[in-house]
Design a protein around this ligand. Structure first.
Ligand code: MEV
Length: 327
């Protein structure tokens, strides 16, 4: 029987989360250290279509090798969007008459932390089906499959997660255009897990209700967020890491004003700044989730992670903000 494999990774939002849902720009950074892998196996005996769909959460990091899975593996419930994605791909490929498939998604992206776990799972699954069935889906077709699954998961989704979980470079979503802006100086992002999270769906719905009651507040937020994101983008491109750090912290304050931060994420941001980070903020959906902090060197990122773990019990990962040309 044939097997198809697909991989993707987590992401953080550097600037512009939530505002991007309403069309303002946002800048995201991939976190290659948090990997997700899907495997689809064709079963020549017994049944057609989707036979089985399992999702397991593995220790954060890159799921390595093939079976057996590590002992700490936990089977988790399968998000509805993944089932729909599989069935849609099979149906669109006109493969009702082909043998059935079994799906296993192994995710090392912690769920409900604003790290793009749902998009990473959907992307790896779409790529695994593509691999097995030889569909040669275009990048655009994969994106649209992932987006459909994201909308099922989050109610409303800008597409930034669907893009960044498959990119090796920072991703800018602005004015309906997607690009990989250049980075003018090497930096490091430390990602610190607050240990809890309400999930992006809840945060997006909370803002939508608040904005419906007070449309003026929405305009103010979108304007401020867009201004910060554009300024931060210029800082990143020109290698002004200190200035970029300041934008991250300003973005945290802006999101805090909307009630998206928690006592714990605020404390982690304060701790990172006191420890010498150039800037820090909550990232992604909020209401818990992760905090990110910018440092200039890998060594400083390591020291910061060690301190946040020792003093605040936060699990940490790192992602390079690597200098490079536009792709
Ligand atoms: C999630 O990473 C970012 C949000 O802006 C939601 C979205 O863009 O779909 C909160």
């Amino acid at each position: 029987p044939g097997t198809g494999t697909g991989t993707a990774h987590g992401k953080v939002v550097l600037l512009g989360e939530h505002a991007v849902v309403y069309g303002a720009p946002a800048l995201a950074l991939p976190v290659p250290a948090l990997g997700c892998r899907a495997r689809v196996v064709r079963r020549d005996q017994g049944g057609h279509g989707l036979l089985g769909l399992r999702m397991v959460q593995v220790q954060p990091g890159m799921p390595s090798g093939v079976a057996p899975l590590p002992p700490h593996t936990q089977e988790s419930s399968v998000p509805e969007g993944l089932r729909t994605l599989t069935e849609t791909v099979l149906r669109d490929a006109g493969l009702r008459s082909l043998p059935g498939v079994d799906v296993l998604v192994e995710s090392g992206v912690p769920p409900a932390r604003g790290l793009g776990s749902s998009a990473a799972c959907a992307r790896s699954l779409a790529l695994a089906l593509d691999d097995l069935l030889g569909l040669q889906l275009s990048a655009d077709a994969v994106f649209h499959r992932v987006q459909a699954s994201e909308k099922a998961a989050h109610g409303r989704a800008s597409g930034i997660d669907a893009l960044a979980t498959g990119s090796r470079r920072p991703v800018l979503l602005a004015d309906g255009h997607i690009s990989n802006p250049p980075v003018g100086a090497d930096g490091w992002i430390t990602v610190a897990d607050s240990g809890s999270g309400a999930g992006t769906r809840k945060a997006v719905a909370m803002l939508r209700d608040g904005f419906a009651r007070d449309p003026g507040s929405r305009e103010v937020f979108l304007h401020r967020s867009a201004t910060l994101t554009r300024a931060g983008l210029r800082d990143m491109e020109r290698g002004r890491l200190e200035a970029l750090g300041g934008r991250l912290t300003d973005c945290h304050t802006l999101l805090a004003g909307l009630g998206l931060t928690t006592g714990r994420t605020d404390r982690l941001v304060d701790a990172a700044l006191r420890a010498g980070a150039l800037g820090a903020k909550m990232s992604g959906g909020g209401l818990g989730g992760c905090v990110i902090a910018l440092t200039a060197t890998e060594r400083a990122a390591d020291a910061l992670a060690a301190q946040l773990t020792a003093e605040h019990g936060a699990r940490c990962w790192r992602a390079p903000l690597a200098k490079g040309e536009r792709h």
